[in-house]
Design a protein around this ligand. Structure first.
Ligand SMILES: [Fe+2]
Length: 210
């Protein structure tokens, strides 16, 4: 990691705080199947990667000192489970055990190539600044459909195991986001749109390429 300047404010993004309050009040969204046995604790609430991302964004003050900014590329940091746990309500710790958390910072114009997550599902939350997401989906007839979304601070973006997207900071100020993967991220394949379909251009593996 390069030297850095902390630009992330301590104030919590209101939309993320609102979502966290909603999760707390309603016990979190339903999940199809728990990846592990939950303890017999009536206060335990099941939640999703989106709920974890929202909760971590709402309590960004707990980890904001870790954030760095790099001039040459976006910055990434694997958040250790203990730090993540300290930032979360204990009711979310069982869900955290099944997840992997990454922190990212993006200077203006920094972004990813078009990529998938190797079969991991998850969610990411924009904590400060804004990101633009280009999503490419299989149209089912050999072609693809693309759509673009502006994700401002407080927005939480869940995604499934087949999600292909490109994320870029198209704004004029740095952005910070928190990403949750279930199961942990092991492979990311990169793509480009060729003709009317997606062409794989590469593959990056955890422990080898990042
Ligand atoms: Fe991604």
């Amino acid at each position: 990691m390069t030297s850095s300047t902390s630009l992330l404010g301590a104030a919590l993004p209101a939309p993320a705080a609102d979502l966290l309050a909603s999760i707390t009040a309603h016990g979190g969204p339903a999940r199809a199947a728990a990846p592990h046995r939950l303890p017999d604790d009536v206060t335990t609430r099941r939640t999703s990667a989106a709920a974890l991302a929202a909760a971590l964004a709402a309590n960004a003050a707990a980890w904001t000192d870790l954030v760095e900014y790099q001039a040459h590329s976006r910055w990434t940091h694997l958040l250790d489970p203990a730090t993540a746990a300290a930032a979360l309500d204990p009711a979310l710790h069982d869900d955290l055990a099944a997840a992997q958390i990454w922190l990212l910072s993006w200077m203006p114009q920094q972004g990813t190539p078009l990529h998938d997550h190797g079969g991991s599902a998850g969610a990411f939350a924009v904590v400060s600044g804004a990101l633009t997401e280009l999503t490419v989906t299989d149209r089912g007839d050999g072609g693809v459909r693309d759509s673009e979304a502006a994700l401002t601070a407080g927005r939480v973006r869940p995604f499934g195991p087949h999600h292909v997207h490109q994320v870029t900071n198209t704004g004029t100020v740095p952005a910070v986001s928190v990403h949750v993967y279930e199961p942990r991220l092991t492979v990311m394949n990169t793509y480009r749109i060729a003709g009317c379909g997606l062409l794989q251009t590469g593959s990056e593996r955890a422990g080898v390429d990042w």
